[in-house]
Design a protein around this ligand. Structure first.
Ligand code: ZN
Length: 559
């Protein structure tokens, strides 16, 4: 009997042993991973710590955009009623507006101190980083920072961004996102099983983004925007654009597109801005396509001289009407307006007078194919390489484009193409780039906004070199110099501290509308440093833009 009891006890014990063994096996092997994770969650959790975003600076170190840290009182949705009431009392006493629901985004320092001291449940004081942009100064160029657009989640996720990251939305903020963003850190917070914080530290230290210095000159940008803005307002123009380039390396010194907007109120006003018929969101400087008008005569001139069709001394007789073809037989603007002609002219004189007959004849003799080759070589119809997204490449008039849109190219179409009409359409940036390439001895530099980042200085990139003989370039430049000394810009440019070369255009955009005013210029005459292009929609004569160009040149050379 005793022996039987002994067996029973042993059996029971064995059974229990098996039971515990199975339980242990289940805990450790079958459910082990899940239990382990849960136990770890109870003692440590991680938080992403956003890296400080680098500043955007102008070429002289002036701030264009930077992070600003402010404080916010975060109030959880399940904050107990007595605590909410206490918070309301604190806000009232400190004169801070709060609806009683949600975060307090504009707390005073006094309120922050009192909220912290009150130690309310589900209420936390946290830092909040916002981006202070350049307001209405070059908004299209500087750009904005905002929440990640859903269609870009995947790209950013693959680059290690958390879903709630704020990223560059457009302009330089988007173009230099990689440099500005830095690497987010990971904070590990240790808590005990009751949830009390027992310690914290960085799993990964955040690496701040780099400061990015742009080629832009903030003061020159202000001058461009103010001078062009005043002109557009005075003439009732729907919009316009201006670009100032460094001839020596393709850097953008100033770039304006008007009307613009204020980056600070962009989000609140987005619907209005997007529906505005004057399209303030479009960066006209790189996306607006405009007929170049007579500024294109610079291309025809370079082609005619370099292809040996003309020499600088050769003369062409302006007969008022160009009768080479039966049709068309276009007239010189002077003949149409005043019934007289420019008579015998050299290329230099014809550039100064902007004689149409001279360039009809030069263009016809060069031929449309060669003319197009020259336009492309000088950067028209080509990407300038600027870092901003959405650059338009324009249209070089010719049989290829006309046929691509189902039209018919006529032999005589070369005449209007040679004076910048027909289908020629370029961005203001391209017109500035063409001018810079021409007067910079044919060196076509990639247009850029990046000057410096993280101690590394941008190296200019060549997009090619157009060969232009010294005497040919001299003939073209002399024609442009005379425009500002004795020609249509003489009055506006009279008091400038440097000699300037320029060419104006009045590009027809329709029979019932005023012409678009176009102007390109470079300075100093002997050793060009800057080239600029201005366009005013329905601004009439290009020479009217002389005062705008003079204000920019005055600022740059006299400061
Ligand atoms: Zn003429």
């Amino acid at each position: 009997m005793k022996k039987f009891r002994c067996y029973t006890a042993a059996g029971l014990f064995l059974g229990l042993l098996v039971f515990f063994a199975v339980l242990l096996w289940d805990l450790q092997v079958v459910s082990g991973a899940a239990y382990y994770e849960k136990s770890q969650q109870a003692i440590a959790r991680t938080e992403t710590v956003p890296a400080a975003r680098g500043k955007l600076l102008d070429r002289n170190g002036k701030i264009l955009a930077q992070d600003k840290v402010s404080w916010v009182v975060r109030v959880a949705g399940d904050c107990p009623e007595p605590d909410l009431q206490q918070l309301e009392t604190l806000c009232r006493e400190e004169g801070v507006d709060w609806s009683g629901v949600g975060d307090i985004t504009t707390p005073t320092p006094e309120l922050l101190v009192r909220v912290k001291a009150a130690d309310l449940t589900r209420v936390k004081v946290e830092p909040m980083v916002t981006r202070t942009g350049s307001g209405n100064l070059a908004p299209h160029v500087v750009g904005r920072v905002g929440a990640m657009p859903p269609e870009q989640w995947e790209v950013y996720e693959n680059a290690g961004y958390p879903m709630d990251a704020r990223v560059g939305q457009d302009g330089a903020e988007a173009a230099f996102e990689d440099l500005l963003h830095g690497t987010d850190g990971i904070r590990v917070i240790h808590t005990d099983r009751q949830g009390e914080v027992t310690g914290e530290g960085y799993g990964v230290q955040p690496q701040p983004g780099q400061d990015v210095t742009l080629t832009l000159d903030k003061d020159l940008q202000e001058t461009l925007q103010t001078a062009l803005g005043d002109f557009l307002t005075a003439r009732g123009c729907s919009g316009g654009a201006g670009v100032v380039l460094d001839v020596r390396d393709g850097g953008v010194l100033a770039m304006a597109s008007l009307p613009g907007y204020d980056t600070a109120t962009f989000s609140a006003r987005y619907t209005d801005l997007a529906q505005d018929p004057t399209t303030p969101l479009v960066n006209r400087a790189i996306q607006g396509l405009y007929a170049p008008g007579s500024t294109f005569k610079l291309v025809t001139a370079a082609a005619a001289l370099e292809e040996g069709v003309l020499t600088p001394e050769a003369q062409i007789l302006d007969t008022g009407r160009y009768t080479y073809y039966t049709t068309p037989q276009p007239q010189c603007w002077l003949y149409r307006q005043e019934g007289r002609t420019h008579g015998l002219e050299t290329l230099t004189e014809a550039l100064t007078d902007s004689c149409n007959i001279f360039f009809y004849d030069a263009g016809r003799r060069v031929g449309i194919q060669t003319l197009d080759t020259w336009a492309h070589a000088l950067g028209l119809g080509e990407s300038t390489g600027i870092e901003l997204a959405g650059e338009g490449t324009g249209v070089v008039a010719g049989p290829a484009y006309t046929q691509s849109v189902g039209g018919t190219w006529y032999e005589g179409s070369v005449l209007s193409a040679a004076i910048g009409q027909e289908n020629n359409r370029f961005t203001p940036l391209q017109l500035a780039h063409m001018t810079a390439t021409l007067v910079g001895n044919g060196n076509r530099w990639q247009v850029h906004l990046l000057r410096k980042a993280g101690g590394e200085v941008y190296t200019p990139v060549s997009l090619g070199k157009v060969s232009i003989a010294t005497e040919n370039l001299k003939a073209i430049k002399e024609g442009m110099l005379a425009v500002t000394q004795t020609g249509s810009l003489a009055a506006a440019f009279r008091d400038l501290p440097v000699e300037v070369g320029a060419k104006t255009g009045s590009a027809q955009v329709g029979s019932n509308r005023a012409a678009n005013a176009v102007l390109v210029a470079f300075a100093p005459y002997e050793d060009p440093q800057i080239a600029l292009a201005l366009v005013a929609e329905e601004g009439g004569s290009g020479s009217a833009l002389g005062e705008v160009a003079a204000a920019i040149l005055e600022d740059y050379f006299r400061g």
